[in-house]
Write a protein that binds this ligand. Structure first.
Ligand SMILES: NC(=O)c1ccc[n+]([C@@H]2O[C@H](COP(=O)([O-])OP(=O)(O)OC[C@H]3O[C@@H](n4cnc5c(N)ncnc54)[C@H](O)[C@@H]3O)[C@@H](O)[C@H]2O)c1
Length: 309
């Protein structure tokens, strides 16, 4: 089995690449290294440093002839997408279309498409939110994820491209960038270990911060493997179904790191979702997936990683 994995030099994609290699799959990564890093690319994977929107992508498909495509590459900043929707669309819409055209031309059997539950559902009034909730994305990033999902349905009907859509909750774990605007676990861990003060953004009615559904990257990897085996063309949430407030998360990380540093509280930023938590019943029914890591276990592994680098 040969997988073409976009975004395989990034945080989540690099873990997925390792799992495919462990399964004995051949792995071809396409990544432009805009946020990904060479050192994340596992030994044994073949890397093309190329933009998914570039015309050369067709040549890569012609040479590699992948059986399946796993699409993790994305412009992932909600803030960038709000400031410059066109910039977001270059990767998240035009790049995706270039990729989908290649899958059709070279008759790829299946694509695993990575979407975002939180960005899609917005401030949902059903928590944990199920997949059939009417999407209300608040940012161009979320709008483009929804658009991408709809393009998959079109390519299924026109070109018989099978798909599984994985709508992630808030993923955390080793290799997450601690210097981004999101990825609060990596940011807090890095700050605590370096004796720096962290900021907790909060709305006045929820002074302990927003609530989020934190899912460990190793559980997310397992969902990707199961998605490759699934015959259903559908979308599933990949989350824990459990809500955690930002301050609660901070306190657990303080305990694990053994550091006692008071955080600063600040006003929520424009577009910050108040709450996000995903119902994971469908993932269990369709993929046989359930998270195995508790939050404390996943955070402990994450802290261990940040301690070791
Ligand atoms: N981290 C989360 O909590 C989370 C939540 C929901 C969805 N997602 C989705 O998961 C996927 C992976 O996210 P991540 O957190 O690992 O981010 P990441 O930034 O670490 O990984 C994205 C990778 O895509 C590459 N890339 C970006 N634009 C590209 C382009 N035009 N051409 C080729 N490569 C390109 C980057 O260099 C990087 O290696 C994304 O699709 C993201 O939207 C992540």
């Amino acid at each position: 089995m040969k997988v073409l994995l976009t975004g395989g030099a990034g945080f989540i994609g690099s873990h997925v690449a390792e799992a495919y290699l462990d399964r004995g799959y051949r792995v071809v990564i396409v990544d432009n290294l805009s946020s990904g890093k060479l050192k994340n690319v596992p030994e044994g994977a073949k890397l093309y440093i190329t933009d998914i929107g570039a015309p050369e992508l067709e040549k890569i498909f012609e040479i590699e002839k992948p059986d399946i495509v796993n699409h993790h590459a994305a412009q992932i900043s909600v803030t960038v997408s709000a400031r410059d929707p066109l910039e977001d669309a270059k990767t998240n819409v035009i790049g995706l279309l270039n990729l989908l055209n290649c899958t059709a031309k070279f008759r790829v059997r299946k694509i695993i498409y990575i979407s975002s539950g939180g960005a899609m559902y917005g401030d949902a009034d059903i928590i944990p939110t199920p997949e059939d909730y009417n999407a209300k994305p608040l940012s161009p990033y979320g709008i483009h994820k929804v658009l991408g999902e709809n393009y998959l349905r079109f390519f299924k009907n026109e070109h018989d491209l099978h798909f599984t859509i994985l709508r992630y909750a808030n993923v955390y774990g080793p290799r997450q960038d601690p210097f981004g605007e999101a990825g609060v676990v990596a940011i807090f861990t890095n700050n605590l270990l370096n004796n720096k003060v962290s900021k907790i953004y909060a709305y006045p009615e929820n002074p302990e911060g927003m609530t989020r559904d934190y899912v460990f990257v190793k559980d997310v990897v397992k969902a990707n493997l199961l998605a490759g085996d699934s015959e259903k063309d559908t979308a599933v949430n990949i989350g824990t179904g459990k809500s955690t407030k930002t301050y609660e998360l901070y306190k657990i990380l303080s305990e694990i790191t053994g550091r006692n540093i008071e955080p600063q509280f600040a006003d929520a930023r424009p577009g910050d979702l108040k709450f996000s938590c995903l119902n994971n019943k469908k993932a269990k029914d369709i993929l046989g997936w359930e998270p195995e890591y508790t939050l404390k276990e996943g955070l402990a592994e994450t802290v261990q990683y940040f301690n070791s680098i």
